[in-house]
Design a binder for this molecule. Sequence first.
Ligand code: PTJ
Length: 259
Amino acid sequence: MDEISPNHPRAESLRIRKRLAEGMRAGMVVPEGLAAHGRGEAFDYLLGERTTEFAREAIEAAAAALLLASHPVISVNGNTAALVPEAVVELSEVTGAKIEVNLFHRLPGREALIAEHLKKHGGREVLGVKEEDAVRIPEVQSDRRRVDRKGIFSADVVLVPLEDGDRTEALRALGKRVVAVDLNPLSRTARAATITVVDNVARALPLMVEECRRMKGLPREELRKKVEGFDNGRNLRESLRLMCRRLVELSEKGEDLFK
Ligand code: PTJ
């Protein structure tokens, strides 16, 4: 399917899938990335495929954390690079965050390919590609243990869209603030992060850019209040409750919906 009709009821979802499929053909996305996206889609369906008020709260706290950070880093994997390269670059410009490619499935040449893709979208410096700058974090079991000494290794705040739980826990144990974007409020990443945005990364990252632009001039004390006043556990519970309420409402539509 080359062209997606704007009239298709699931046009946006199909556009997102197309970006991932193209990313896979280009060698940036791994097959496991498609499976991970499918899991995300199922949760997105339950949310009504929109950014909820709870995700907006989390985005605001995330923007404040990034603006307050002295050394923020955006960690990019294959799916994120394929879905939101523009937003990654814009977010890095507005917050001064470094961009680092950090992969779960390390295959020869994949990091360089992703870095090139980000540069094509305006990224000036992309870390995570030079072996001489690599440091290993012993707390992480997977290939993600290899991080850049100028990036994640020395970061105080790390944004990890679409993560696996291990590294989020390890980064927290190293005293870093972790901001995650994960549609699954039950995932280990979602539960271990300091701030989790339960939303599709394709919607959440552009909104985070907007929010950072809006909040950039705010006094640091005000930003601090937004981070410290954010309760990740409460936000995850509310996101889960919202999914439940939606399911109950849909089931009560009864005959209209299921005839
Ligand atoms: O590019 P690599 O090698 O670093 O690998 C990337 C994947 C995504 C394959 C790797 O990180 C992985 O296996 O992740 P997991 O453990 O499957 O976790 C991915 C999480 O992201 C799951 O909880 C999904 O529900 C969620 N998710 C998937 N797509 C989206 C999403 N959350 C937000 N937006 C999405 N588009």
